[in-house]
Design a protein around this ligand. Structure first.
Ligand code: ACO
Length: 431
């Protein structure tokens, strides 16, 4: 990291400070603003963190104007075509692509950590059958902190590694248990002879009454979706994991906080909302009327799956997913998918519309992902859970990076206070 100096002078008091702008390997410089509070007694004000870098990180880089996404320097399109989700997870967490032996050991360790304690399974009985699976997953992941409380020392690198393998391995098992609970079907145990995605599909779709063969096309498509969702630098859920983790809390509790943050429709919940939106629009003829609703300043309708805080150009993941949608639907023999046709037309019309052009609103990763999940047989309420399974790799990588940094500090933002100034308590009879 190199630095440039900026002189700051308060014109009223004449007080001077030197601010340091830090340059990363690529991307905009970041100004270190600590002297503002120390020397001048002022804070910066940046609601929604529009211009604030909350940490230094070596994991993922996004150039939102150019539509670039790199995991540890590797372009997402190369990883999507050449890698696997487990290899990408290893890369995100450890910083380098694994050698053959390292990948084999990692894969083996993940396969042998997939089972969850039987008591955890009983937690699901406490939920009504129609509970949202994100609520169940968040709660059960959080309760893992109770199972791994005494055996987890955040300062111990080996403990951190075991945690990483455990949560990556168990997230699909917990997710599948939530799904089976919703269906009222018996839980299907993971199998060590199945790879990561095959295991997910078996645990979701197998029933004891008959044999289940994993469709390799479906497993491959799922693996690609997991790669595309694995990390996205300091997004809302990852920042939540970092903030919760910065207190030194048990990492399963921090991941649970990430699951909850991901659930919202402005973030990971968008994939579920896109499908609801497409069904609501119904036919191509209704697109103009729907877009009028979206553009109405007094309304609350958004074109779900469009827009992104960082991408002001195509989200590179959306392009890959759209192409994949064509291929997957063709290979699964579902080419006449009316919702996919509707999505393609909606995208085409929106991209020519002045409202979306002026605001640089493009399809994001979730515009098409729900359509693929549907084609793979995954129900809508489970879309965001699939996202959570994938993003666990990123959450773990960021938690590890933060906890392993000796300069880590608790995350503690300040505020612009606009409430009442000090006043005396008034007895209840006199109010
Ligand atoms: N539909 C219609 N208008 C939109 C949309 C949209 N999807 N997104 C942004 N805008 C408009 C806003 O109304 C605003 O217009 P204005 O300047 O006239 O007031 C302008 O574009 C800027 O929007 P902001 O909300 O300020 O942008 P922000 O960066 O805060 O929000 C977000 C980004 C939350 C993703 C937003 O684009 C959105 O709500 N999109 C739909 C939900 C979605 O797809 N989320 C998934 C994001 S990707 C992910 O998390 C996996």
């Amino acid at each position: 990291m190199s630095t440039n100096k900026y002189e700051l002078v308060n014109l009223d008091t004449g007080k001077k400070s030197t601010l340091q702008a830090m340059s990363g390997t690529v991307g905009p410089d970041c100004l270190g603003i600590a002297p503002l509070a120390k020397d001048h007694g002022i804070f910066t004000f940046d609601p929604g963190f529009m211009a604030t870098a909350s940490c230094e990180s070596k994991i993922t880089y996004i150039d939102g104007d150019a539509g670039v996404l790199l995991y540890r320097g590797y372009p997402i399109d190369q990883l999507a075509t050449k890698s696997s989700f487990l290899e990408v997870s290893y890369l995100l967490i450890n910083g380098e692509l694994p050698g053959a032996k390292q990948l084999e050991q990692f894969d083996h360790s993940i396969r042998y950590h997939t089972m969850i304690n039987e008591s955890l399974l009983r937690f699901f009985n406490g939920f009504h059958y129609n509970a949202h699976p994100m609520a169940m997953v968040s709660a059960v992941v959080s309760s893992m902190a109770a199972f791994y409380h005494d055996s987890m020392d955040n300062n111990n690198p080996r403990h951190r590694e075991i945690f990483a393998h455990r949560i990556l391995a168990k997230m699909p098992t917990i997710s599948a248990a939530a799904y089976k609970h919703m269906l009222g079907q018996p839980f299907v145990y993971p199998r060590n002879d199945q790879d990561y995605c095959a295991n997910i599909l078996r645990m979701f779709f197998a029933v004891p009454a008959e044999d289940y063969a994993v469709d390799p096309v479906t497993a491959q498509a799922l693996d690609l979706l997991l790669i595309l969702h694995a990390d996205h630098e300091q997004n809302a859920s990852t920042s939540t994991v970092r903030l919760a983790g910065s207190t030194g809390t048990n990492p399963y509790a921090a991941i649970s906080a990430g699951v909850s943050a991901l659930w919202g429709p402005a973030h990971g919940g968008a994939n579920e909302a896109v499908l609801a939106m497409l069904e609501d629009i119904g036919t191509v003829d209704n697109i103009p009327k729907f877009l009028e609703r979206v553009k109405d300043k007094d309304g609350h309708t958004r074109l779900m799956g469009f827009g992104h805080r960082v991408y002001k150009n195509f989200d590179p993941r959306a392009k890959i997913i759209r192409d994949m949608c064509h291929k997957v639907l063709a290979r699964l023999g579902r080419t006449d998918n009316p919702l996919f046709e509707l999505a393609l037309r909606l995208e085409e019309i929106a991209l020519k519309d002045e409202y979306f052009i002026a605001r640089k609103l493009y399809p994001n990763v979730d515009f098409y992902s729900g359509l693929i999940y549907s084609a793979l047989g995954i129900p809508r309420s489970m879309f965001t859970v699939m996202f959570a399974i994938a993003r666990t790799a990123g959450w773990v990588a960021h938690w590890q990076e933060m906890i392993g940094d000796p300069a880590m500090k608790i995350g503690r933002p300040r505020q612009l206070y606009t409430g009442p100034t000090a006043r005396d308590y008034v007895e209840i009879g006199k109010r």
